[in-house]
Design a protein around this ligand. Sequence first.
Ligand SMILES: *Cc1c(COP(=O)(O)O)cnc(C)c1O
Length: 233
Amino acid sequence: MSIKERLDEVNARIRRAATEAGVDPESIILVGASKTNDASRVREAIAAGLKVCGENRVQEMLEKEGQGAYEGAELHFIGHLQKNKVKNVVGLASLIHSVDSLSLMDEIEKQAAKLSLVQDVLLEINIGREEAKSGFFAEDLPAALEKVSSLPHIRVRGLMAVPPICANGEENRPYFLAMKQLFIDNMGKKYDNVYMDFMSMGMSGDFETAIACGANMIRLGSVIFGARDYSRN
Ligand SMILES: *Cc1c(COP(=O)(O)O)cnc(C)c1O
């Protein structure tokens, strides 16, 4: 199957899931997780209608950006971000999904201030409370939002989560529902620089369940690009 055929099928599935959930399909933002796919395959996906690309490795993103891979699309950073690489991402990615610590927020503030821009970010929640994963615990979210209100060069646009790997998408439903509750609980609170617009959750194996639980930003890799070939990296 070509990328175009896969993308068309994915878009049909998104429309179906959104309609079933009673939300406007146009409100679901599809982020194509293009890791391990080279610039030409990324361009192929954009030509086929992909509007947002997501990368999770800084080096790979910079290389592909240098090759013009993302022309015509928006670029998001979705992977774990090390502090020493923040300067490479701020201003290049229009949204950083994976802000997972207060010290990372400080570094993004510093770099964004240098460039006189406001960086849009999502706060990553470790919703499965997994030791191997980064992200804020739900109970630490209020302190993080409080902090953002004192950082004029960061704007929080919502929350993101990568739930535990499950055998099927349905098993992640409790985590997605916990995210939805957290999102709703914090939507009503008023913090400066915080706008609860986006809930980024759902990957190739579970995006329909995520949409049913209120996701409006989904990050899909293999279902668009095919199985990843790590040997080419
Ligand atoms: C790779 C990746 C995805 C997409 O994974 P698939 O299972 O291929 O859809 C989503 N989010 C993040 C953070 C990723 O690194």
